[in-house]
Design a protein around this ligand. Structure first.
Ligand SMILES: *Cc1c(COP(=O)(O)O)cnc(C)c1O
Length: 398
């Protein structure tokens, strides 16, 4: 049996790899430089081009590009009419922004539990969380696997709720043959560097609804319009005139970031294919490793996986999750945990949330760990990661 590096054995590799990493090419850099040399570094033609590109890629009618995935979620809540006293249902196994966006609007996040095998929000649990204050559901495509959109849609229709999909992980995924972005009332993407395509920082909201689109455009740019049809004091006083007709923010993306996004979107098929290839290899490698549980694949989801999450079966191992994590770091495979249940954080605790709210989420959290997954990984990186996981699972087997 191989000795773990943390106990003095030889690490599976010499240099560290991380759970996620961007892939910026020379073409991407050239595209950004070109914009920086030109007249518009923000609010120029590249933002519009990126929006059209996201529409054609997903099949959605409208896209609004913004400066982060978090801003995208905030705009979606504003467009949904989420306000003081409302409730918004989401999952606890997500990045904090999926719930924070409800707080930004003065609403209360309500946490529905997850499916213990796919780790996505459980529609039956959503149903149980609904009250007469519920305004919207923010369902997260955790790790990139599409949520049960048909069931969530049916619940939203029954109770008059807005269906927002937090697709920060899932650009490139298809649900029942349709691209994510063209399914929920509004879909939010993130272009943070660890996500599937990057703009440095960035996000987008997609919708097929004209009214929501108008509200999203206003929300992301100061609530200001140049469209006479929307003005209250029209006919306007001159070409220079514009009106603020609602409260909005400055959530615009710069043109040079949009250029990076366009260039990255040009490579998305390649990124998605490589992610799928790595996931397939991992699934095969870990299928029969005692102590390692793999995430259940959702058959309706043709998934572009953003994260590969293994779950330690702690009853079958002599180590804790913490010890396994530290031992992986010593092997030079840097993992991460996605995510601490959002309502466990002190800020949420001080708002009155208590442990025990979502038992499945809390149980799953105890064992999960994201191992490296990004398109630039070499086959050797993939094999080293498999080696590290199986080495430690074997060493620590009961
Ligand atoms: C990354 C992420 C966000 C936030 O996106 P940013 O672009 O970092 O603001 C929101 N939700 C989920 C699930 C994410 O992973």
């Amino acid at each position: 049996m191989e000795k773990p590096a943390i106990l003095g054995g030889t690490p599976v590799r010499d240099n560290k790899i991380y759970y996620g990493r961007q892939w910026v090419s020379e073409e991407d850099i050239a595209a950004v430089s070109e914009v920086l040399r030109g007249p518009y570094i923000t609010c120029g033609p590249k933002v519009t081009e990126a929006e059209r590109k996201l529409e054609s890629y997903t099949g959605a009618k409208h896209a609004v590009v913004v400066n982060s995935g978090t801003s995208a979620l905030h705009c979606a809540c504003i467009a949904a009419g989420v306000g003081e006293g409302d409730e918004v249902i989401t999952t606890p196994i997500t990045f904090a922004a999926s719930a924070n966006c409800a707080l930004y609007c003065g609403a209360k996040p309500v946490f529905a539990d997850i499916d213990p095998e796919t780790y996505n929000i459980d529609p039956e649990s959503i149903r149980k969380c609904i009250t007469d204050k519920t305004k919207a559901v923010i369902a997260v495509d955790y790790t990139g696997q599409a949520v049960k959109a048909d069931e969530i849609r049916a619940i939203c229709d029954e109770f008059g709720l807005v269906f927002i999909e937090d697709a920060a992980h899932s650009i490139g995924t298809k649900y029942k043959g349709k691209y994510v972005g063209n399914i929920a009332d509004m879909t939010c993407f993130s272009f943070h560097p660890v996500k599937t395509v990057t703009a440095g920082e960035g996000g987008a909201i997609l919708t097929n609804d004209d009214d929501l689109y108008t509200k999203l455009v206003l929300a992301h740019a100061h609530g200001i319009t140049h469209d006479e049809a929307l003005m209250e004091d029209a006919p306007h006083e001159g070409e220079w005139y514009y009106e603020e007709i609602s409260l909005g923010y400055n959530y615009r993306m710069t043109d040079f970031q949009a250029a990076l996004l366009i260039s990255q979107l040009g490579r998305i098929d390649e990124f998605v294919a490589r992610r799928k290839e790595i996931v397939k290899r991992y699934d095969e490698a870990f299928a029969n490793v005692p102590g390692i549980i793999i995430q259940k694949n959702i058959p309706e989801s043709d998934t572009s996986r953003h994260l590969y999450v293994i779950r330690l079966d702690l009853d079958k191992l002599t180590c804790t999750r913490r010890e396994f994590f530290d031992a992986m770091s010593a092997e030079n495979v840097q993992c991460q945990i996605h995510y601490v249940p959002v309502y466990w954080f002190p800020y949420y605790r001080h708002l009155g949330y208590e442990k025990g709210l979502c038992p499945n989420a809390e149980e799953v959290y105890k064992g999960i760990m994201s191992i490296p997954l990004y398109p630039k990984m070499t086959d050797k990186d993939v094999e080293d990661t498999i080696h590290a996981v199986t080495k430690l699972a074997t060493y620590y087997a009961k």
